[in-house]
Design a protein around this ligand. Structure first.
Ligand SMILES: [Fe+2]
Length: 339
């Protein structure tokens, strides 16, 4: 008899009422019978209703940004930082080695350099830009809930000579509810530079999308594509068209462009035909989608806010879990991959 079973069961039930998305890790979320009765559909519908309610209570986001989000599911702002500030951000990001971790997914390596309290003296301009309150409000609006995002410098290194596919190049939704990511690109991102791809309007929960979500939920637990079974549903262009969404669009943008996107909308990374290295200030925000309030975010508490990555790394070590992000020591943000 598994003595931990009752504790696990409490965790699974709590997960159903939270942001948990995996049809494999949580047998309640993955239960075919419950999903046949509409569990997943109810989670999707309720989360969307609550996000709308919370967005209605938010202030400090311009009407233009709200309109762009409502129409497309993302907001793009060119020339985001003043020129002199942008230059200082670039200088401090590229002119010194910084403490980094890396993770490989097929032919793509992602490098992460935390924009945290610990690195604030090394990266004063970049942390100030990423922690900006206006940006935080916009990130919250797109996520459908305000809170304290996780911030880091992200470098995406594409090595197409390695044949193993990058799972992030398949069109997908990150989870079953609104959640946001932002990128402030530190150099031009051309169509050849593995840009972000997003299907405009695919963040909208239509009756067709809801029916598709229901269908996926019936078989997701047994699905062979691991990310799909973990609740990050994959879709192809034809299926997406059948749902009535617009075709995906490559977001190729000049340096100093901010993109904030709701990754419930279908998106991916473009596969790269040549080796590329792309660096950006990055943040993401994902919270319990069912809470009727904004704020009251545990991760926003002093002592936790801007320390989330370090706390997570510490916890993994403490509990003997594997960290998929390998510590690679001090490297330059735009250096070749170490892993
Ligand atoms: Fe994604």
């Amino acid at each position: 008899m598994n003595l931990l079973a009752p504790i696990s069961a409490v965790g699974w039930v709590t997960g159903v009422f939270g942001a948990e998305k995996s049809f494999v890790a949580n047998p309640i979320i993955g239960n075919a019978k419950l999903n046949e009765w509409g569990l997943h559909r109810a989670r999707v519908k309720t989360a969307e209703r609550m996000a709308r309610l919370r967005r209605g209570m938010m202030t400090g986001v311009s009407d233009a940004d709200k309109a762009a989000y409502n129409r497309d599911g993302f907001v793009i702002k060119e020339n985001y930082l003043p020129d002199d500030v942008f230059k200082r951000v670039r200088d401090e990001v590229f002119d010194q080695p910084l403490p980094a971790r890396e993770m490989r997914q097929g032919q793509t390596v992602t490098r992460m350099i935390p924009l945290s309290h610990a690195n604030r003296t090394l990266l004063p301009e970049a942390t100030t830009a990423a922690w900006d309150k206006g940006l935080n409000r916009l990130t919250g609006y797109v996520a459908g809930r305000t809170g304290a995002p996780i911030h880091f410098i992200q470098t995406v290194i594409a090595e197409p000579s390695r044949k193993k596919a990058d799972p992030q190049t398949a069109l997908h939704a990150d989870t079953f509810h609104s959640t946001s990511k932002f990128w402030l690109f530190l150099h031009d991102v051309d169509v050849e530079d593995s840009p972000f791809i997003f299907a405009p309007g695919s963040h909208k929960l239509t009756p067709q999308r809801l029916a598709w979500e229901y269908e996926q939920s019936l078989t997701a637990r047994a699905e062979k594509r691991a990310h799909h079974s973990y609740g990050s549903f994959r879709i192809n262009a034809d299926q997406m068209e059948a749902l009535g969404y617009q075709p995906p669009r490559q977001v190729a943008v000049p340096a100093n462009t901010l993109v904030v996107a709701d990754t419930y909308g279908f998106h991916s990374r473009s596969p790269s035909s040549k080796p590329t290295i792309r660096t950006e200030l990055h943040g993401h925000l994902r919270r319990n989608p069912f809470a009727p309030w904004n704020g009251l975010d545990l991760q926003g508490l002093p002592g936790i806010n801007h320390r989330q990555l370090e706390i997570n790394n510490w916890w993994l070590v403490k509990t003997g879990q594997k960290n998929i992000w390998r510590d690679v020591g001090m490297v330059r943000a735009n250096a070749e991959a170490e892993v």
